[in-house]
Design a protein around this ligand. Structure first.
Ligand SMILES: [Zn+2]
Ligand SMILES: [Zn+2]
Length: 178
């Protein structure tokens, strides 16, 4: 959904809409977000504040990501609120050298007077991902030698090797079983 910022005043405007499951296309080929699981409910509020615009948004839904450790697809809940400051007055266009103030650093400058909310939402979904996207915190990952998914099967390569920490963990588990 494209919003013409010229139509936004200091009276907040609300944009509520629902994106279909097939809305997400992995056209960036980043592969971190594979698609939506069901619809995505978007509630966006935009208001003008001087030369800037404040976008307050809420996203509710779920999507599929790929685990960085075992490479399996898994589902992530999405329930996030975000706030963005945007401005179409890029400082470069101002006269002379302009130093970006502290405030400006958190402002996203856009060209023109239109903001594509779909792009904003897409970016927020990417930002919602942790540095390591894991199917579960204790994902065992793939064997670096033979590539076996260690969540599903054991392989022979691991025996007698492995990190000391894992050895201790293994001992704990074995004790627990007695
Ligand atoms: Zn995993
Ligand atoms: Zn192996």
């Amino acid at each position: 959904m494209i919003v013409d910022l010229k139509s936004i005043t200091d009276v907040p405007r609300r944009f509520d809409f629902v994106l279909d499951p097939d809305w997400w296309q992995d056209d960036d080929n980043i592969g971190q977000v594979l698609g939506l699981d069901g619809t995505l409910t978007c509630r966006i509020n935009i208001v003008r504040a001087g030369v800037r615009y404040i976008i307050d948004g809420g996203l509710l839904g779920a999507f599929f990501s790929r685990c960085d450790r075992c490479l399996e697809t898994y589902r992530r809940e999405l329930d996030l609120n975000f706030r963005l400051f945007i401005s179409s007055n890029y400082p470069e266009e101002a006269e002379g050298e302009v130093e970006l103030s502290e405030d400006d650093l958190s402002v996203q400058f856009i060209k023109g007077d239109e903001v594509e909310l779909n792009d904003v939402i897409k970016e927020q979904i990417y930002l919602s991902l942790p540095i390591k996207s894991l199917c579960r915190t204790d994902c065992a990952g793939l064997c670096p030698v033979c590539g076996t998914d260690l969540n599903k099967a054991k392989c022979q390569c691991q025996r007698g090797k492995g990190h000391i920490g894992f050895g201790k963990l293994k001992a704990l588990i074995l004790n627990g079983e007695q």
